[in-house]
Write a protein that binds this ligand. Sequence first.
Ligand code: SF4
Ligand code: SF4
Length: 276
Amino acid sequence: MKIAVLSGKGGTGKTTVSSSLALISKMLLIDTDIEEPNSHIFLKGNVEDIKSVYTRFPEVNMEKCNLCGECGNFCKFNAIIPAKKRVIVFGEACHDCGGCEIVCKNGAISWEKREIGKIYTGKTHFNSINKYGELNIGEMSGVKIIKEIYKNTEEKDFLIDCPPGTACTTVSAVEVADFAIIVVEPSPFGLSDMKLVVQLLRDMKIPFGVVINKFDEDENIVKKYCDDEKIEIIGTIPFDRKIAETYSKGEIIAEALPEYRENFETILKRVKSYGN
Ligand code: SF4
Ligand code: SF4
């Protein structure tokens, strides 16, 4: 079973949940939050393999190019712009769709490649596997890194720490999931961001449940929404200063605070019941 952990925005407890579930289940954890991967800080393992991920961008042979403009008309990202005397390529804006080569009738386009990021694979301190992708600074899209991680993963069961929000990297990360966990804090902002994730998962037809972090019996704004929308709350993590302190030290909650281990065991049990 592939279990994705998502949140409407960063800092809501997504890694708190994914790292504790990784500890309890001993499943492979893939951190696809490529702009800010941090699960490896909690899993405290070693890195056994580093793999570069590349993207292509066009190079124009001006001896063949007649400045017809077709490539520029085709490109939706303004990554290739035919000017008066030459064609200008903005490699960072290119999404490697290959369209400009197809529309160029003069065979003037060939390809250069550059590294956009890396994939790290290693063992955690509790001897399971951890993978994470990291996007190079200045790069605009890490979708290729996420797809490359999945392409090179043989395990059938794993946890996915997704990028926050509903950007295209989140879509790429969650599309392989059998079940998704939305982690949310019970605040008006938390609820508003969560609604977008709910819509995304409904559109993608991925079953999901909600974990309320910093749960307080009096704060029921998320609970009310879930009840109204018939969304199952599969777990809660209480509001406790000790949890925040433990997280800030880079420690896994289910390991450092055994009194909360059961909260994560309950979440895992409920998620797995969807897979049966
Ligand atoms: S489509 Fe080909 S020939 Fe036309 S401007 Fe682009 S590179 Fe040049
Ligand atoms: S490969 Fe696609 S995105 Fe890149 S320059 Fe060509 S048309 Fe634009």
